[in-house]
Write a protein that binds this ligand. Structure first.
Ligand SMILES: [Zn+2]
Ligand SMILES: [Zn+2]
Length: 509
């Protein structure tokens, strides 16, 4: 068999008419060679192979603003504008990297993430300790270090070009493209972490101009993320951009001024996790649906999604993420409560990490309960186009079932009672729903108070947390047995909540 194949290949290869044919324009090898040619030209435009390879280290500091798309006080544009800053250091010589990224979120302050790696070992932690506190967020070793390394390259255009050049056969030409009337060459490149991005080059000068990727978003469906580098200047013999604009479909998500330095003296401490951070205490593995009170459960795989069981139906508080996440909660509920439908779903507000899964509940026939200013947001979510990650929901003629309440809404069947309160406007969202189960003494909240996900530690309450405590008092909720939070499955006691408030000087709750 092998011999026959070999003979056939030899015959084909020696057929003059075939050998003379140009390689088909769509062939893989041709596409790869075209990509190499485009990339080689861009490396020349950036300063040339030799100069790029001579870089021992590159440091970047950036500052600008973020338009808080789907993370603003309002459910729909115009968005809040918040400061964004960060730094990236790549030590080529020592095979080390450091990155930090700060974004302020409306009302809940700065969230600063940092990453440090030496080779394939490192960690990710939260600098400001607002959300995760002193627990490491992730620890990296071996292949999972590829993610932060790929991320760092995307911030360092000359190094990204070298990485792409050295990546073997992970490059393909996508041919010519036009963007805003400018002719471009587009290449697909699969980075070391397995993510494929589209590199874009100015067809005229041959210079690198940015990259694109696509993702599915629970709220917006198909999304193209586009990074544009511009305003280049030479540092020594290598060209670096001084501006970066991040696009989210047709909206500007972030606009940054970039300041690069090359071959500086690097402090070793920069590549270490600062003192005081610990591994998260391991969460006791348990049932997916954890009972936290009579007829009250948490979906522990979805952070703090709360399920309240009534005589004939269920109510789910919060639907984070996207269709698949919400569908997974629904499947767990069908198993645990056969024959009991979800009648209501109550997202606390409109941010995707709280309401992005609403379509799965629409598909399951549930009614979404929300405040008046959020109705239009959820109507639009019902219509979103999702071709990257299609879901089966199709909005019927009059749209999904949505009921609005103003101020307060009680769901009760006599034995089980759930009270919803709009505690907005506050510094995070113009409207924001919390839940209270008076009989069980359970309060559930989203984005007004954060505690570390595991262990018994507390973070100092932010001003919005103090406002929340005052709001509870004004609603007559002077205490509770358990405080649940949207972002993790931890149960905070009243004593812990009071300690967090006291750390910020508030002692009246
Ligand atoms: Zn939020
Ligand atoms: Zn949130």
């Amino acid at each position: 068999m092998k011999t026959i194949l070999l003979a056939l290949i030899l015959t084909l290869a020696s057929t003059p008419s075939l050998a003379a044919e140009p390689v088909a324009a769509d062939s893989t090898l041709h596409s790869y060679l075209q990509a190499r040619a485009v990339l080689g030209r861009a490396i020349d435009a950036a300063g040339g192979q030799a100069n790029l390879r001579r870089l021992r280290n590159v440091s970047l500091a950036y500052a600008g603003h973020r338009n808080m798309i789907n993370q603003s006080r309002r459910a729909l544009p115009p968005w809040d504008r918040e400061p964004a800053t960060g730094a990236v250091v790549v030590d080529r010589e020592g095979k080390r990297m450091y990155a930090e990224n700060y974004t302020a979120y409306p009302g809940i302050g700065r969230f600063g993430g940092a990453w440090a790696l030496k080779g394939d070992l490192g960690a990710h932690w939260e600098i400001d300790r607002n959300h995760h506190g002193s627990e490491l967020i992730s620890v990296y070793s071996e292949r999972n270090a590829d993610g932060p390394w790929a991320f760092a390259a995307r911030w360092m255009p000359p190094l990204l070009l070298l990485d792409a050049w050295d990546s073997g056969t992970y490059l393909r030409s996508l041919g010519d493209a036009t963007h805003k009337g400018k002719a471009m060459h587009a290449l697909a490149w699969t980075q070391r972490d397995g993510a494929t991005i589209t590199l874009l080059f100015d067809a005229g000068s041959g210079a690198f101009s940015g990259f694109e990727s696509i993702h599915d978003d629970g709220v917006y469906g198909d999304v193209t993320d586009r990074i544009e580098y511009s305003d280049w200047r030479a540092i020594g013999n290598v060209r670096f951009p001084t501006r970066r604009i991040d696009w989210f479909n047709d909206e500007i998500a972030r606009d940054l001024a970039l300041d690069y330095r090359v071959d500086t003296a690097l402090a070793d401490a920069r590549f270490e996790v600062p003192p005081g951070y610990s591994q998260p205490a391991s969460m006791a593995a348990g049932e997916r649906l954890r009972k936290v009170g009579d007829g009250v459960y948490l979906d522990t795989e979805m952070g703090g999604v709360m399920i309240v069981e009534f005589e004939d139906f269920l109510t789910v508080v919060e639907c984070p993420g996207d269709y698949a996440m919400a569908d997974s909660t629904l499947a767990a509920l069908r198993d645990a409560f056969p024959g009991k439908p979800v009648r209501y779903v109550v997202p606390s507000h409109t941010h995707g990490d709280h309401g992005g899964g609403a379509r799965a509940y629409f598909h399951a026939g549930a009614t979404l309960l929300t405040t008046p200013g959020h109705v239009e947001f959820y109507r639009r979510l019902a219509q979103v186009r999702r071709s990257i990650a299609p879901d089966p929901y199709v909005a019927a003629g009059q749209g999904p079932s949505i009921e609005a309440f103003r101020g307060e809404r009680t769901i009760s069947d006599g034995s089980q009672t759930l009270v919803l309160y709009d505690i907005g406007p506050n510094a995070h969202s113009e409207e924001l729903t919390i839940a209270h189960l008076p009989r069980q003494g359970i309060v559930w909240q989203a984005d007004v108070y954060f505690s570390p996900g595991t262990g018994g530690g507390v973070n100092p309450a932010m001003p919005i947390g103090i406002d929340f405590a005052k709001k509870l008092k004004s609603l007559g909720i002077d205490g509770f047995e358990a405080l649940l939070e949207a972002h993790n499955s931890r149960i905070v006691t009243a004593a812990e909540f009071r300690r967090a408030l006291a750390l910020s000087g508030y002692r009246e709750y």
